[in-house]
Design a binder for this molecule. Structure first.
Ligand SMILES: NC(=O)c1ccc[n+]([C@@H]2O[C@H](COP(=O)([O-])OP(=O)(O)OC[C@H]3O[C@@H](n4cnc5c(N)ncnc54)[C@H](OP(=O)(O)O)[C@@H]3O)[C@@H](O)[C@H]2O)c1
Length: 301
């Protein structure tokens, strides 16, 4: 069993992006303060990159395990195996998510709806259920549910990505207050734009196929096309603006959150994200968010 002074961290979705960098950053904290279980859904094709990036940290402070957050058997097996080995999980970071884009009325709610809720909402919730009993028993634990500033204002055309994130935020609030008497703290972390490898690829693709990107063939109505193009430009501008963060900045921020003695319910990973949250929260009508969307999200930067 690992020494109690070393925190056992379980992170989901570490094949790429924020999860990948967060796993490496926690594992690389001097003094081997964290032992990271970096999980991903497809070990066969995805683990090599993380293994090579981990270098000497591999199987020392960073261990790669299979976990498909949308699959119950996988969730139970992964958490149970870590608990069996370590007798505890100190920190759960629900990071994995899938995105979805398109016109609202064209969404296949029967097929894509359950899939997105399974991965972006039920998966994180179920992992919380699996780690909470042992956290409560030991009277210690931290849970971070990664969300987005997209929940702070109307952010159309990403419905099935965002709707489960909203639900996850609400669920986190409800559960969190019941955990505090056990010294178990659950928080939502709302990220702004983060320049991950995938975001770089999307930017490059959108530059190359600008017209097709802004005018997808399945959106026929001209007004819909205009709204879609306006929104897409608005969202993409976040990734080129100075408010955009690197995965490393986000990972360091997550470490500071887990180190707080009494974490709050909501964190925003950047000053820009905090400004958006502040603007939304003083306006009970929700109209401030709609105005910011109309004016371009960066008008608040
Ligand atoms: N990047 C941003 O600008 C941004 C902004 C706001 C919030 N966020 C949040 O940050 C988190 C990470 O996003 P990211 O930008 O790093 O995106 P990303 O590069 O697409 O990473 C998402 C990760 O989740 C994994 N994943 C998807 N479905 C899974 C499943 N069923 N089981 C296990 N893993 C699964 C993916 O693995 P595969 O590669 O195998 O699919 C991928 O490694 C997400 O919660 C996202 O909502 C990101």
């Amino acid at each position: 069993m690992t020494s109690p002074s070393i925190k056992i961290v379980l992170i989901t979705g570490t094949a790429t992006g924020v999860g990948f960098t967060t796993a490496l950053t926690f594992a690389g904290v001097p003094g081997k303060k964290y032992k990271v279980y970096a999980t991903m859904r497809n070990m066969k094709t995805r683990k090599d990159e993380l293994e090579s990036a981990a270098g000497s940290m591999l199987n020392d402070t960073l261990f790669i395990r299979e976990l498909d957050v949308g699959d119950e058997k996988s969730r139970v097996e992964c958490v149970e195996s870590i608990l069996k080995e370590e007798k505890r999980i100190d920190i759960l970071i629900n990071n994995a998510a899938i995105v979805h884009g398109g016109l609202f009325e064209q969404i296949d709610l029967g097929k894509d709806g359950p899939k997105h809720f399974q991965i972006n909402y039920f998966g994180p919730l179920r992992l919380m259920q699996l780690v909470i009993p042992s956290m409560k028993e030991r009277k210690s634990g931290r849970i971070l549910n990664i969300s987005t500033i997209g929940t702070l204002l109307p952010c159309p055309f990403t419905d099935l990505y965002l709707h489960p994130k909203w639900a996850l935020e609400g669920a986190t609030e409800c559960v969190a207050v019941t955990l505090r008497p056990f010294n178990v703290w659950a928080s939502v972390v709302q990220l702004g734009a983060v320049m991950t490898q995938r975001a770089v690829q999307v930017q490059a693709a959108s530059d190359q196929y600008k017209d097709a990107f802004l005018k997808p063939p399945n959106i026929k109505n001209e007004t819909d096309q205009e709204i879609f193009a306006k929104h897409t430009k608005n969202s993409m501008s976040l990734f080129t603006h100075e408010t955009c963060q690197t995965p490393e900045e986000v990972a360091k921020f997550l470490i500071t959150v887990t180190e707080e003695e009494k974490p709050v319910l909501y964190y925003q990973s950047s000053e820009f994200a905090r400004k958006l949250a502040a603007a939304k929260l003083v306006d009970p009508t929700g109209e401030k968010g709609a105005q910011l969307y109309e004016a371009g999200v960066l008008s608040i930067a």
